[in-house]
Design a protein around this ligand. Structure first.
Ligand SMILES: Cc1cc2nc3c(=O)[nH]c(=O)nc-3n(C[C@H](O)[C@H](O)[C@H](O)COP(=O)(O)OP(=O)(O)OC[C@H]3O[C@@H](n4cnc5c(N)ncnc54)[C@H](O)[C@@H]3O)c2cc1C
Length: 397
């Protein structure tokens, strides 16, 4: 939990403690096995459901807990410290259900939002398509089109290249274009229900890290009712981006902050007390110095993330920029911190007798996933230089 200096309310502290307790009880004992075998972490996610976490962000009006973004970040971080895969699946659920829970029609609230509260609906994102064709939220990359047809949209064998929680998730936040003539910036969102469409795994998940995610390549085929369109065709992201994107970016940041902080805690324990085959190493001043440096890196990323989420909760417009910056800061920090910790664990860590390589591999995903850091940076550049020509901005990196 955040045992630092950020001014948290007692309710936020309670949520962080509750998530840390669940993570220690339910996630930590399974994390190594989840990673080794690539097993989907259903037990941990079921525990999160049992203890009310699935409905964390749904409004009270719809039966949820209506917790703030800062609370969401604290919870996600605490879970990721003990099992990054579980935390990421959970974060995808929150992100994927955010828009429909906020702007859903009364019919959508009944069919698609209340089932989150009752624990029947678990969400994920089906956005990214094959390399370079539409990483979720990437600029200028065209999503495949669905074809309007009667009361529905025809989904013709659309392949989404990474769908976290494949098979376990009941509802997909499905990014697409409506009609072939829609330009790449005209993104629409459908909620695709797992049991009401044909889908098949085209490629199973065998990731370097985040191994419990089941982020398979999936082909969807069938018709989605028009009643499952979220917001307006073509403009939903433009209309809702400022309220939605910070939720996406800050929760990614929280996962990777948790990965770094979890690795740091494990390393501290190991360095202070040693393990079966090594004596404590904390008497080495170089190691102590390096740990001190890592603590600075973690705390400055944490401070940015908590401030950004808190700015969002206060409806400050700058939170879009700040949450984007926090996503890049936390994911890059996690890559560096986990690499340093591997080094301090020496050959014992490299031989995988310590848990550090799992954190290192999990951390690597943060750079290339969700909104890839390249995409976030081009978004940040656009916010910093709104007058710059849009066509050239992606050449930056
Ligand atoms: C563990 C994991 C879970 C995931 N879960 C989901 C999920 O549930 N739902 C989902 O929709 N997606 C998911 N993704 C996909 C993720 O969101 C990214 O879309 C995906 O990782 C990008 O990979 P790609 O091979 O398509 O990259 P590409 O788009 O081919 O990009 C390759 C590299 O080039 C860079 N690049 C690409 N275009 C540009 C540009 N215009 N300017 C500058 N740089 C550029 C990218 O940043 C990247 O570093 C997941 C990915 C991972 C690793």
């Amino acid at each position: 939990m955040a045992d630092g200096f950020f001014p948290l309310t007692s309710q936020q502290q309670e949520w962080a403690a509750r998530a840390a307790d669940l993570a220690q009880r339910e996630l930590a004992p399974r994390a190594a096995e989840t990673d080794r075998t690539g097993t989907f972490p259903s037990d941990g996610l079921e525990a999160l459901k049992r203890e009310g976490f699935w409905r964390l962000r749904v409004s009270r009006e719809h039966g949820g807990l209506e917790e703030s973004l800062l609370t969401t970040v604290l919870v996600t971080e605490a879970l990721a410290k003990r099992c990054a895969s579980t935390s990421l699946c959970y974060k995808m659920h929150l992100e994927a259900s955010e828009l429909v829970a906020r702007i859903g029609t009364p019919d959508q609230v009944d069919r698609l939002v209340r089932p989150i509260v009752s624990g029947e609906a678990f969400y994920t994102v089906a956005g990214s398509e094959a390399a370079g064709r539409g990483g979720a939220f990437a600029q200028n990359n065209a999503m495949s089109s669905v074809i309007p047809s009667g009361d529905g949209y025809r989904v013709e064998k659309i392949r989404k290249s990474y769908v976290t929680s494949t098979g376990f998730a009941t509802h997909h936040f499905f990014l697409c274009r409506v009609g072939k003539e829609a330009t790449p910036d005209k993104v629409s969102v459908l909620i695709v229900e797992r049991d009401k469409i044909d889908w098949k795994i085209d490629e199973p998940w065998n990731g370097l890290g985040m191994r419990g995610n089941n982020s398979c390549a999936v082909i969807f085929n069938g018709v989605v009712p028009k009643a499952n369109l979220v917001g307006e065709e073509h403009t939903v992201m433009k209309d809702q981006g400022r309220r939605f994107l910070p939720v996406v970016t800050s929760t990614y940041a929280a996962v990777y902050l948790g990965v770094a902080a979890g690795a740091f805690e494990e390393a501290k324990q190991f360095l202070e007390y040693g393990d079966d085959e090594s004596k404590p190493r904390i008497d080495n001043p170089v190691i102590r110095h390096r740990m001190a440096e890592l603590s600075v890196e973690i705390e400055r990323s944490r401070a940015l993330l908590y401030s950004a989420a808190s700015a969002f909760d206060r409806e400050q417009p700058t939170s879009v920029l700040a949450c984007s910056q926090a996503k890049v800061a936390c994911s890059e920090m996690a890559v560096h911190v986990t690499a340093e910790i591997m080094g301090m664990g020496g050959g014992t860590a490299y031989a995988r007798r310590l848990p550090f390589d799992r954190y290192l591999r999990d951390a690597r995903a943060g750079v290339v996933m969700g909104i890839t850091n390249d995409t976030v940076l081009s978004n940040i550049a656009r916010m910093l230089f709104p007058g710059a020509p849009r066509k050239t901005e992606n050449k930056a990196r």
